[in-house]
Design a protein around this ligand. Structure first.
Ligand code: FAD
Length: 351
């Protein structure tokens, strides 16, 4: 014992991309499995709840903070091994996600190139099955190593055991709070072709005579993301956000048809592309923009990003309460007009 560094009353706002929220009563950054165990033991013996923090990019912390122990998983390392034409990368949960994507692309391995530029940690990616531009981590995760808080055992969960779905896994649904993710193994394809299926990417590469490389695809994704403030660029206040604040609602066929008819009656056309249609998803951004909100909405310290209708941004000095007030205002307007209750995507701590 005695390896972990315990801190007290650590303000969480700077540890999140939205930059709101009060202090954690206790705070530990654990760099090894032993330190993770030690922190868990400390929380137990002091009778305080535990919250696992990654990069804080999908998180809204309340202004009053959190009365428990925040455990930031800082386990590092990227290890490669080859198996039957696949390349496996075993990555520490504390590694920055985009650093791993860059490494995979540099090794000419396909499978995560469209997920370039997503902020946060590797350990955060299985939790909500991170996805963008036609890929999601469920397609490449071979396994997740996690500490099971139920019995203190380290478990190796295969992909199926993770129960991946759109923005969900067992880690944020049925088994929420049970596992601390320590390492994630991704199986990538050496020399594989980039996945260019998403409309924005196709448009970007329209007119190219040569097939884009993985490197070019990564660059394209990062450029497109930057134009929507979905890439963290220092100095761009539009990216002081938690990414998309609402999930694309998945509707039953009947409701989906009704919404399309309602839109048609208003001479509006709901954007629809295969990725959305296949799952009867409606664009949350479209719903927000057609409920009286637009990019750049809001005059105070919180508002909607000028570059992305789904991102609520802290324009400087905002409180969590102000973020929540705007969230609720948007939810009730959308519900009033379209009869759909938008579900938030980020995790809320301390409310
Ligand atoms: C500008 C911007 C753009 C974004 N774009 C996208 C996008 O395109 N697609 C997308 O899917 N998401 C996107 N996001 C959301 C976010 O980046 C991802 O959800 C990311 O994977 C969260 O990882 P994190 O390490 O920051 O997690 P945190 O925000 O720290 O935590 C989120 C949740 O995961 C849990 N968690 C984190 N690490 C662990 C661990 N090691 N073990 C157990 N639980 C853990 C936390 O307890 C919490 O419940 C975006 C966010 C921002 C700010």
């Amino acid at each position: 014992m005695g390896h972990m560094r315990l801190q007290e009353n650590v303000v969480l706002a700077p540890l999140t991309t939205l930059q709101v929220g009060g202090p954690a009563r206790y705070f530990v950054e654990a760099r090894s499995m032993a330190e993770v165990r030690e922190a868990v033991g400390y929380a137990r013996s002091h009778g305080v709840p535990l919250f696992v923090l990654g990069g804080g990019s999908n998180l809204v912390v309340s202004d009053s903070g959190w009365p428990g122990l925040v455990l930031k998983v800082g386990i590092a390392g990227i290890e490669e091994s080859g198996h039957n034409g696949l390349m496996q990368f075993e990555v520490g949960a504390g590694e920055e996600w985009d650093k791993f994507v860059a490494a995979a692309v540099a090794r000419n391995c396909a499978g995560v190139e469209c997920l370039s530029g997503i902020p946060g940690s590797v350990g955060g990616t299985p939790v909500q099955n991170v996805g963008a531009y036609g890929q999601e981590v469920a397609q490449t995760i071979d396994g997740v190593q996690a500490l099971d808080l139920k019995d203190g055992e380290v478990r190796e969960l295969c992909r199926e055991a993770c129960g991946f779905n759109y923005r969900t896994s067992i880690f944020n649904t049925s088994e929420r709070g049970r596992y601390i993710i320590l390492r994630v193994t991704y199986g990538l394809t050496p020399g594989g072709e980039p996945c260019i299926q998403y409309a924005d990417l196709k448009k970007y590469f329209a007119g190219w005579s040569l097939k884009p490389t993985l490197r070019e695809t990564r660059d394209a994704v990062r450029r497109i993301r930057a134009s929507k403030a979905m890439l963290i660029v220092p100095g761009d206040e539009d990216c002081r956000s938690a990414g998309s604040f609402f999930k694309n609602p998945i509707l039953l066929t009947e409701k989906w048809q009704e919404i399309n008819q309602r839109a048609a009656a208003l001479r509006l056309h709901i954007p629809s592309y295969p990725a959305l249609e296949a799952q009867r998803k409606v664009s949350a951004a479209w719903l927000v923009e057609h409920s009286g909100f637009s990019k750049g909405y809001g005059a105070g310290r919180v508002g909607i990003s000028r570059k992305h209708a789904l991102a609520l941004v802290n324009r400087g000095g905002a409180s969590a309460a102000e973020i929540l007030a705007l969230k609720e205002q948007i939810q009730s307007r959308v519900e009033e007009i379209w009869g759909i209750r938008l579900e938030p995507e980020p995790v809320f701590l301390g409310f």
